[in-house]
Design a binder for this molecule. Structure first.
Ligand code: GLC
Length: 851
């Protein structure tokens, strides 16, 4: 027995030694030639079966170990809000918030911290960052990404990736490419011309590969110009691996492979979450018949091994138990990421900061005040140890009396994250409230008719009539069918009433009140969040209600609520607002609504507009805080409130950071990484965001008809002022820009140095983001008025001036020339703009680039 153990130990030692000798030493010590030799050695020892095994993941997040060649199992984990291993863990400010810092150094520190977290959890491959460009605020994943501008996204992505990878962890830039919507994300094609693809949707990926040497790229779920991203040779073979020279792993998004042979031949190296299509069953016969060559498989295996060798996975354990999980240093970085990202959008009459000496009572009101909402929903969501809510942040930062009321009748306590439970809770409560307040003229009944098809044809089966009570509507099981609800409602108040309706995201319905269709939701296209409409009703005048509901699955769930307007905002909220010296109204979304796989509405969730209107009418010092991944419809209330602070999804220290800003311990620093449109109709993508309906079997296609004119590129070119421009963000101090000088930096015709001064002309210290835009009025093709080509975040004491020097190179002046398939600079006049938003560029000069 002893001998056997000894023999086993010896074999293990020998195996390890062999690996050590043949595979070289630790990360960083191997030269490229040594790495390639190690890779060749391992590859030579692998059977074809083992090679195919390696290129398909397993158990949702893992890459297979191949013990016979000493290749370890690799563990992946999601980001970018933290390292998601289903908690508890550190939650940092979300991607969009990181972009709002406009601080590459912050991105590097955050990346380093996430790299350490990954090591503390034994994660080899972090599935972050996400660099898809934000086109429309309804995309439920905007909060994960770095905004609308490819230059800003690149400057944040590169140091983030370098930070992660400096800790011996592979970063994954995703989703390659043009994954700019969440509805139908697995079957809609993003269609655009080559110039738009190159100038807007690819540069952040290009920078990740060329500058940050990212170890892994994740292909997108969607189609691009009619081909699934995983099968798109133009993207994967021509551009990523050809032009950009990417030598790492191209993995699929989870479930994004549809054809093993096509994906294998189109450059995909690793199918996740399992080798369902790039499998032995598919690939062995394909290799035999010559449809896929063995060298194609070898190239994939080589890339996976190369990346593992490069990052040291064959030479050390990835799990480092000496790195704390409950990490004070990481918590500080989470705090800094929130501090630098929170963006002050309005501050009329300097209502902020609040003066601690004068404020004795503060009312904190609204659904987003508590609990904390560190991030949006979906695969990026992490479970932090102890997130700080807005309510707690404010209460911890002051000796004043802090009064709290949720203000709206919905359940806040431990808001469940499962979407269906959430819907139930909201509606359960909405109806409960209605019932307990006796607003139903009742007794009311609802007739439930189930149809066997989706068209409400044939003879319905009348299930039963029942009294409407404090529960969601009874939902019979109707696989493949539809349900009609008919009810009546007799109000006891003459006023506007809110009709609230909620279903699951893939369901559809139409709601009629008094014979008129007032709401409609199409399957899959709209958000899963509660839809609502306000309608005037008269006391004792019975209103008829009809809902035609088509559930997407066998277990339908629908909820309806009717609330009189006067019952919407709670009495407690009104009373504390009246007596407080200042009010914080915290509104916005939560992870069940702003979530991967779904669209969210442009309007705030139900009741929140009215909450702001009601509270701001009672207290002039009403400060609105907004939790969301981007813009919302602010028209119903923006003019009525003096201050608006956008918190994005600020991570676990959001409440602390917000309170520092509210009380003036720090000046706000965030600047918008996206344009905030006044209305959805104003947006340049308004007519091209939703794919036109298609016939069965046809691919729904979104044509990016705005071309390169996305976000501020559209607004500045059309001379239209949005609600808040790209790059905008207020501080408690003011800055001036002076002394612009543009000089050739080298003898090359398109190398320039742009120099100018920024001065803090206010009374407190603060920071600003100096932004440099380039315009090309003499170009042969139509180009945007201004494009961001440089920026620098400066922190200045009152009266202090800093000289800034930004370099421009040929790419700063170039556009994608479709005829020659290359970046091209048209000689002639260029305009250089400097300022602190796409709208505010007080410095401007022209230069002429000679041939
Ligand atoms: C998803 C996401 C992707 C994520 C992956 C693993 O489908 O689109 O971003 O990394 O699943 O959770």
């Amino acid at each position: 027995m002893r001998m056997r153990i000894l023999a086993k130990c010896l074999t293990l030692c020998l195996l390890f030694l062999c690996n050590y000798l043949s595979l070289g030493q630790t990360q960083g010590q191997d030269t490229n030639a040594q790495i390639e030799r190690r890779v060749d050695n391992i590859l030579a020892k692998m059977t074809l079966e083992n090679k195919i095994r390696l290129i398909g993941g397993y158990d949702d997040m893992l890459v297979h170990a191949i013990p016979s060649v000493g290749f370890p199992q690799l563990r992946t984990a999601d980001g970018p809000e933290g390292v998601r291993t289903w908690g508890p863990e550190t939650a940092y400010a979300a991607g969009i918030a990181l972009a709002a810092t406009w601080n590459p150094d912050m991105a590097r520190r955050l990346g380093e911290s996430m790299g350490s977290d990954a090591r503390a959890e034994g994660v080899h491959i972090l599935l972050a960052p996400g660099v898809n460009i934000v086109r429309a605020p309804m995309d439920g994943r905007d909060f994960e990404y770095f905004g609308e501008d490819p230059f800003l996204a690149s400057r944040i992505a590169v140091p983030f990736i370098q930070g992660v990878q400096s800790k011996g962890v592979v970063a994954t830039v995703k989703h390659f490419a043009a994954n700019n919507l969440e509805y139908g994300r697995s079957y809609v094609s993003s269609d655009m011309d080559e110039r738009t693809l190159r100038e807007i949707y690819l540069p952040a990926f290009e920078a990740a590969v060329k500058e940050a040497h990212v170890g892994s790229v994740m292909s997108a779920l969607n189609l691009v110009n009619g081909e699934y991203a995983a099968e798109n040779r133009h993207l994967n073979v021509d551009i990523l691996k050809g032009e950009w020279g990417f030598d790492g792993i191209l993995m699929s998004d989870w479930g994004a492979v549809h054809n093993g042979v096509a994906s294998a031949n189109a450059g995909l190296d690793l199918e996740m979450a399992s080798g369902q299509f790039m499998s032995l069953e598919t690939l062995l016969p394909a290799i035999e018949s010559g449809k896929v060559s063995e060298s194609t498989i070898d190239d994939k295996v080589r890339r996976i091994i190369r990346t593992a060798v490069r990052f040291g996975f064959l030479d050390r354990e990835q799990l480092d138990v000496n790195i704390p999980l409950f990490n004070r240093a990481a918590n500080k970085i989470a705090l800094d990421s929130a501090r630098e990202s929170i963006t002050l959008l309005k501050n009329e009459g300097h209502v902020l900061p609040l003066d601690r000496a004068k404020i004795k009572t503060i009312a904190v009101i609204g659904p987003n005040a508590w609990p904390a909402f560190p991030g949006g929903g979906g695969s990026s969501q992490v479970l932090p140890f102890a997130p700080v809510s807005i309510l707690q942040g404010i209460a911890d930062a002051t000796d004043a009396k802090v009064l709290y009321a949720r203000g709206l009748s919905a359940d806040a306590a431990g808001l469940p994250l499962e979407n269906d439970v959430y819907a139930k809770t909201v509606y359960g409560n909405a109806l409960e409230r209605a019932a307990t307040n006796d607003v139903w003229g009742g007794p009311e009944t609802v007739k439930i008719e189930a149809y066997t098809d989706k068209d409400f044809s044939g003879t319905p089966k009348i299930l039963h009539s029942r009294r409407i009570d404090a529960a969601h509507l009874h939902t019979p099981i109707v696989v493949g069918g539809s349900i009609r609800y008919t009810a009546s409602f007799t109000p006891i108040f003459s006023e506007s009433h809110l009709f609230l309706i909620s279903v699951q995201a893939e369901d559809s319905y139409k709601l009629w009140v008094n014979g008129e269709q007032v709401l409609e939701k199409k399957a899959g296209y709209d958000s899963q969040s509660t839809n609502w409409i306000e309608l005037p009703l008269e006391r004792d005048k019975t209103a008829s209600i009809r809902i035609d509901y088509v559930p997407s699955q066998g277990h339908p769930q629908i909820s309806l609520g009717v609330l009189p307007e006067s019952q919407l905002v709670s009495e407690e909220a009104k009373r504390i607002a009246k007596q407080a010296d200042a009010v914080i109204v915290s509104v916005g979304f939560d992870p069940s609504v702003e979530c991967e796989g779904h669209e969210r509405p442009f309007a705030l969730p139900w009741g929140q507009d009215r909450l702001i209107q009601t509270i701001s009418a009672l207290n002039k010092r009403t400060i609105v805080t907004l939790t969301s991944g981007g813009n919302v419809d602010m028209r119903p209330w923006l003019d009525r409130v003096p201050a608006l602070v956008h918190t994005w999804y600020p991570g676990q220290q959001g409440g602390t950071a917000l309170a520092e800003i509210i009380f003036g311990d720090r000046s706000p620093e965030g600047h918008l990484p996206v344009t905030f449109d006044r209305s959805w109709e104003d947006s340049p993508v308004h007519n091209s965001y939703y794919a036109p309906l298609t016939k069965q079997g046809e691919i729904p296609r979104v044509t990016y008809s705005e071309g390169v004119f996305v976000g501020y590129r559209y607004y500045t070119s059309k001379n239209i002022t949005p609600q808040f421009p790209f790059g905008f963000g207020l501080s408690y101090t003011n800055f001036s820009f002076t002394h612009l000088v543009v000089t050739p930096a080298t003898s090359k015709v398109d190398d320039y140095s742009v120099d100018f001064d920024v001065t803090n002309i206010g009374k407190v210290s603060g920071s600003d983001v100096a932004q440099l835009y380039v315009g090309d009025p003499s170009s042969a093709v139509i180009r945007p008025e201004k494009e961001l080509k440089g920026f620098d975040k400066v922190r200045l004491e009152p009266g202090q001036t800093k000289h800034i020097s930004i370099k421009l190179d040929s790419r700063s002046f170039a556009y994608w020339d479709v005829i020659h398939s290359a970046w091209h600079v048209d000689p002639g006049r260029f305009t250089i703009y400097v300022g602190d938003s796409s709208e505010n560029t007080p410095l401007k000069t022209d230069i002429v680039l000679k041939r």
